[in-house]
Structures are given as C-alpha cells and as structure tokens.
Design a binder for this molecule. Structure first.
Ligand code: ADP
Ligand code: F6P
Length: 472
C-alpha cells in the first residue's frame, strides 16, 4: 500500500495519466472545489484504483499550481504541475490539436507545430520523473493514453527495475495516417519502452505491429516485439469497460428511479425519448445525429407530439479552435431544428451543455427508450455500455456507430454508419418502433456482454499479462 515517507509517496502500483480522477476548480469567490474529471478514462480507472491500493500520478486540471500529494477516497493522488504555456502547447496543442485528430481518422485536420512537440517531450519527462520518484523497487507502473506516449521509454531508462504497462484509450491509426507525424519514430520508440502495450481493439494492435515492422529494426512475431537490446514488448487488445454492477445498482435505486419518472414527466410524457450523451467533441457525430432527427421530424416520419430527443454535452477542451467552432455549429443546429419544428410548450430537441453527477446520468439512461451513439471514430465509447448496464429489464434500444470500438463487442446493437444520414434516419425510426420481442432479444445479448466483461475483468486481464512479461 502507498506509504507516506516524510511527505513522499512510495507505492508498488502506480497509474500515470494526464488527468487525475478529480479536477481542482476555483470558484468566483476564491474557494476551491474538487470535481470528478471528464471522460471515459476516469470512469474506467477509478474503480480499478479503489480495488488495488496504489498511487495515481496526474495533472489536476488547473495551470500554474504546485500541489502536494493527498488522499482522496482511498486513492493516493500525486499531482503533476503544468504551466499556462504547457497547457496550451502540450495539452491543447500537441495532445488535442495534433494527436487527437490524427488518431481519429483525421476527421479534423491535425496541426503540426515544433513548439508543441517540444512541450510534449518536456511534460512527458516530468510525468516519467514523478512516476520514477514514487515507485517502489520492482513496482508495476501503468501509463495511460495518448498524452503520455513517451513515458514508457523514459521511465525504463530511469528505472529498469519497473514493470511498465501502457494502455491507449483512443484508436491507433493505420500506418498510412500515422506516418504523417513528423515525430513518428520518437512516439513509436516511446511506446516500445513498455513491457505490455494495450489497445482497445485487435485492429489497433495490428496497426501498431505493422508500423513497427516498417519503421523500427525489431523482430515482430505475432504480438511479441523484440528490440535490438533484447527488450521484449507485447502489443495486444484489451477492450475497456465500466463497473457494470455499480452502474446497475445505482440506476435501480429508488431515488434514481423516481428521478427517471420525473424526467419523463417534465418532458411531457413522450412516447419515445431519444438520448445522446457525449463530451462535446467533433469525433462524436453529434451534428449528424441531430440532423437526422431534425429531418425525420420535418418529413413527418417522427411526430413531435410523440417524441423528444435529449442531447447532453459536457463542455470539453474549450480553448481549442475546433471545439469552439463545433459548439457554435451545434447551437445553431439545435436552434434551427426547434425553430422549424417546435410549438408553444413543446420543443422536439432538449440540449443541455453541462456536466451532471453520476446519479443524474443513471436516471437519464433509465428514462430513455433509444440511446443514440454515433461517433465518426471512437476508441471504445463507455456511454454505450453505461446505457446497457442501467437498463432494468430487456427493453430500450441502443443505436451504435460501426466506428465506435464498442461495436466490436456490442454486436446486437442497432448499427449505423454515421457518414450515412439516411442510414441514421432509418435506424432511429426502426429502433423507436421495433417490436418489443426484437428489442428484448437484442438487449438481452447486450446486457450479458456488458455484465460478463466489466472493468474488473479488463484490469485483471491486462495486469495478469503484464505480470507474466519478463522485464529487461
Ligand atoms: P470519452 O472518453 O471520449 O469522453 P466515453 O463515452 O468513453 O467518451 O466516456 C465518457 C464518460 O463521460 C462516460 O463515463 C459518461 O458517463 C461521462 N459523461 C459524458 N457526458 C457527461 C455529462 N454531461 N455529465 C456527466 N458525465 C458525462
Ligand atoms: O480516452 C479519452 C480521453 O481523451 C481521456 O484521455 C481524457 O482524459 C478524457 O477523454 C477527457 O478529455 P480531457 O482529459 O481532455 O478533458
């Protein structure tokens, strides 16, 4: 268990991620609050950290603050500081202006700037150094996601005694796209410093193996990569999940059930409630789904007296240009649809640009009839799994993009191609009207998948494999 030795943390299990599970937010009156951080990484890893005692090294979401380690709900938190310039160049710049669009099929154009790269290297070194300081002899260190791809190699140079795992929460692109990156060699070598490199899907692990074969002098045998110095890295798929049981129990609790009934009442007791839940991100296909819904209403294929679409979007990366632009576009689209199709006392689209507590999310998932998940590309998409986990019976329908990692496991969802608006329209119609026995058959299979493959199993699969690797 992590010990505090004269103010310093020392742990045998260490997670390193850009985000901590909590963000430090300063209120206008100067007081400080800690809030759950946005995104799937935190949803997935928080229960893992509660089950395994360990330290979590990460950034607390605010610039220019140096904070001491502290305990939060049984997790030892080790904050890593970022300056204002580093937030702009490493986080908003290289991580979210270069890597994020490049790894998501270039659905927005990635920008390549050398000053961003320099900040990325500097900040990755800081995370590696902090992880090296808090890790016991022979500790297991699990590095997370695209913001920290150089950390495995840096850490291995500093601390060859450590067992190093890496997990990429987002897609790993085909070589044809990855090779645009001016720093492709450094990133590849950075990842290869790990003993085990985890991806969401087998296709991503294969993309990586193909890249290594073409670009690095290493021997690649199936998932095993042997480097010149004898170090062996393995590249495998571990589709991530959620704490299915705890989502289920939360959604079945009486207050959450009552809240779900209130939500439907406040919406005017619609026959069909559609729901979208996303970080406000251009990869999520929010525009495509709203456009499809709007057309269905205008064409009279859905009756605004019967249906309502609730779209919840968490503010995200708001200083990055593409995200600002997206927000404006969605505001306009929502206004247009409600302007065209709404009546006094009835708007077909309810749009909430805000973040909610988990209880409220569980109530929304329980209240909804059709969950609409339409990313143009997504590593996994935990929202899809949360909806399934929150169902109390074999009812409700999940509309799911083929381009979400979750489609690999959730085969019984109503699948759509998000680039095909007619396909989205036809599938929204089908999912809202389909016979109850068809819905039940699909939902039964989805629930089994989500309950059989939860986050504890994911962590166990990864850490067992990591444990069996030979370091060196
Ligand atoms: P990503 O990691 O890209 O954000 P995921 O779908 O994997 O996408 O994970 C999103 C996580 O954020 C889920 O756990 C979801 O419940 C949570 N979330 C999304 N929107 C909101 C919101 N408006 N309020 C609270 N939590 C949200
Ligand atoms: O895996 C998805 C992810 O990008 C995480 O790495 C990240 O923590 C989360 O979504 C939310 O994004 P951000 O940390 O940039 O707010």
């Amino acid at each position: 268990s992590p010990t505090d030795q004269g103010g310093e943390v020392s742990a045998s299990f260490v997670v390193v991620a850009n985000r901590l599970p909590v963000d430090r937010v300063q209120n206008p009156d100067g007081t400080v609050d800690w809030r759950t951080s946005p995104g799937g990484l935190v949803t997935a890893l928080e229960p893992v950290m509660r089950a395994n005692e360990g330290a979590w090294v990460g950034w607390h979401g605010a610039p220019d603050e140096v904070l001491d380690p502290f305990e939060e709900d049984g997790i030892t938190i080790v904050p890593v500081p970022l300056s204002t310039d580093e937030v702009a160049d490493y986080y908003e710049g290289f991580s979210n202006g270069t890597l994020w669009p490049l790894y998501h099929d270039v659905v927005a154009p990635p920008a390549f700037h050398r000053v961003w790269w320099d900040a990325y290297v500097r900040v990755n070194r800081r995370f590696a150094e902090r992880a090296a300081q808090v890790s016991d002899q022979g500790a297991t260190v699990w590095v997370q996601d695209y913001q920290l791809q150089l950390v495995p190699q840096m850490l291995r140079m500093m601390r060859p005694d450590l067992r190093i795992g890496f997990f990429l929460h987002i897609p790993f692109p085909p070589v044809e796209l990855f090779q645009q990156l001016p720093w492709r060699r450094e990133i590849t070598e950075g990842l290869l410093g790990a003993d085990l490199i985890g991806f969401q899907l087998p296709g991503a692990a294969q993309n990586f193996a193909r890249l290594v074969r073409q670009r690095v002098s290493a021997e690649v045998r199936r998932d095993q990569i042997t480097l010149g110095d004898g170090h062996v890295a393995r590249a495998r798929a571990y589709p991530i999940s959620i704490d299915s049981r705890s989502f289920h129990e939360l959604s079945r609790s009486e207050p959450v059930q009552q809240r779900a009934r209130d939500i439907r009442r406040d919406l005017g007791e619609p026959k069909v409630m559609f729901l979208g839940v996303d970080r406000l991100d251009y990869t999520k296909g929010i525009k495509q789904r709203l456009r499809a819904f709007g057309e269905l209403i205008l064409e009279g294929r859905l009756d605004p007296d019967d249906v309502v679409f609730v779209q919840i979007a968490t503010p995200s990366r708001e200083r990055v240009e593409e995200y600002r632009h997206l927000r404006d576009e969605i505001d306009m689209l929502v206004g247009r649809i409600n302007g065209d199709a709404g009546r006094i006392g009835r708007s077909p689209l309810v749009y909430l640009h805000s973040s909610f507590p988990r209880e409220e999310m569980a109530a929304m998932y329980s209240a909804a009839d059709v969950m609409v998940v339409t990313p143009l590309r997504d590593g996994m998409n935990l929202v899809a799994k949360e909806f399934v986990a929150c169902r109390g019976a074999d009812d409700g329908a999940l509309v799911l993009s083929e381009f979400a990692g979750a489609a690999y496991e959730l085969k019984q969802a109503y699948k759509i191609n998000p680039y095909d608006i007619n396909d989205i329209k036809a599938t929204l119609e089908l999912a809202s009207h389909d016979a109850p026995n068809n819905k039940a058959r699909r939902m039964r299979a989805l629930r089994k998948q989500v309950f059989d493959n939860d986050i504890a199993k994911w962590a166990d699969n990864f850490l067992t494999d990591l444990d069996q690797t030979v370091t060196g």
